[in-house]
Design a protein around this ligand. Structure first.
Ligand SMILES: NC(=O)c1ccc[n+]([C@@H]2O[C@H](COP(=O)([O-])OP(=O)(O)OC[C@H]3O[C@@H](n4cnc5c(N)ncnc54)[C@H](O)[C@@H]3O)[C@@H](O)[C@H]2O)c1
Length: 272
């Protein structure tokens, strides 16, 4: 087998949560374009229908299901249906996530009262943790039930470089939620290695998506984030596809428990 043939994912069954937009949509696109059978899950039925229709019109093997990743029983039922439909699950991207409102500083570096610790709403904390951490746990559980009997599988979690570096202009609940997801990836990787299941994280820096109401399309926010990236720019979701394909493919057979950062060098520190 040639080395490049180890990047093939043709015929694999794949599930992506939060797949109707942004990074999750990019994962679904690259997997389907490379010949995988992809189930796109999202809470936004209208957007999901639009994207699944668009991809299906290109002849890709895609299927959509509206499901809230924080709804445990709905998620387990959904994965059971996927198991019945395809008979196996090879790859899952636990990607659904939300932003966490304003940070304690705004884009101009001024204190933001709404983001101050004492003003954060508890319900908001609960929602961010439920979506960005607990839903990952739910997705892993649902996926492992299908993967373990086959003795193989790939689980890829979208964390963030905010799992490792703290951010003043991002709402406070985001960082502990992503750090928790990153820890869960390592824990699951240790446990599942002997069952042939690799568990890894993709930790993006700033990408232009619909997160936070498409905040990174706004010139002021875009400039504030770009300044803190050595490449001095925000990424397009096209740029995450190669890494997603690699982690899902046989080429990554010995990669597990890793968190791969894709952030234009942001973790290295600011370079003016
Ligand atoms: N865009 C960035 O700069 C960036 C950076 C680091 C990490 N991330 C992470 O990437 C992931 C994807 O975010 P994105 O930037 O593509 O955002 P996005 O808003 O463009 O896409 C997120 C998708 O998830 C869906 N979703 C939200 N809550 C859901 C739920 N409870 N159940 C099912 N679907 C749900 C949304 O409807 C949407 O389609 C998130 O986990 C986010 O934290 C994004």
């Amino acid at each position: 087998m040639k080395c490049w043939e180890r990047f093939a994912v043709e015929g694999l069954t794949c599930v992506v949560t939060g797949a109707a937009s942004g990074i999750g949509l990019a994962y679904a696109e690259v997997m389907a374009e490379a010949g995988a059978k992809v189930t796109l899950l999202d809470i936004d039925g209208e957007l999901l229908h639009e994207q699944v229709t668009r991809l299906a019109a290109q002849g890709l093997d895609v299927h959509g299901e509206v499901v809230d990743a924080t709804d445990r029983s709905a998620m387990y039922a959904c994965f059971e249906r996927i198991g019945e439909r395809y008979g196996r699950l090879d790859v899952v991207f636990a990607n659904a996530g939300i932003d966490s409102g304003p940070g304690f500083l705004d884009s101009d570096g001024q204190r933001c009262a709404q983001g101050a610790l004492e003003n954060l709403e508890e319900a908001h904390w609960d929602k961010v943790l439920a979506t960005n951490l607990t839903s990952v746990f739910t997705t892993l559980r649902a996926a492992v039930r299908l993967m373990k009997p086959k003795g193989s599988g790939r689980i890829i979690v979208t964390t963030s470089n905010a799992a490792m570096i703290n951010e003043a202009i991002v709402g406070t609940p985001y960082m502990p939620a992503k750090a928790g997801a990153a820890s869960l990836v390592r824990q699951a990787a240790m446990e599942l290695a002997r069952f042939g299941i690799n568990v890894n994280a993709i930790a993006p820096g700033p990408f232009v998506t619909n997160i936070a109401g498409g905040r990174l399309r706004n010139p002021a926010d875009r400039a504030a984030f770009a300044l803190r990236v050595p490449q001095h720019r925000i990424a397009s979701t096209e740029e995450i596809k190669g890494l997603a394909l690699f982690l899902a493919s046989p080429a990554a057979s010995y990669v597990t428990g890793a968190q791969i950062v894709i952030d234009g060098g942001q973790m290295l520190g600011r370079v003016d």
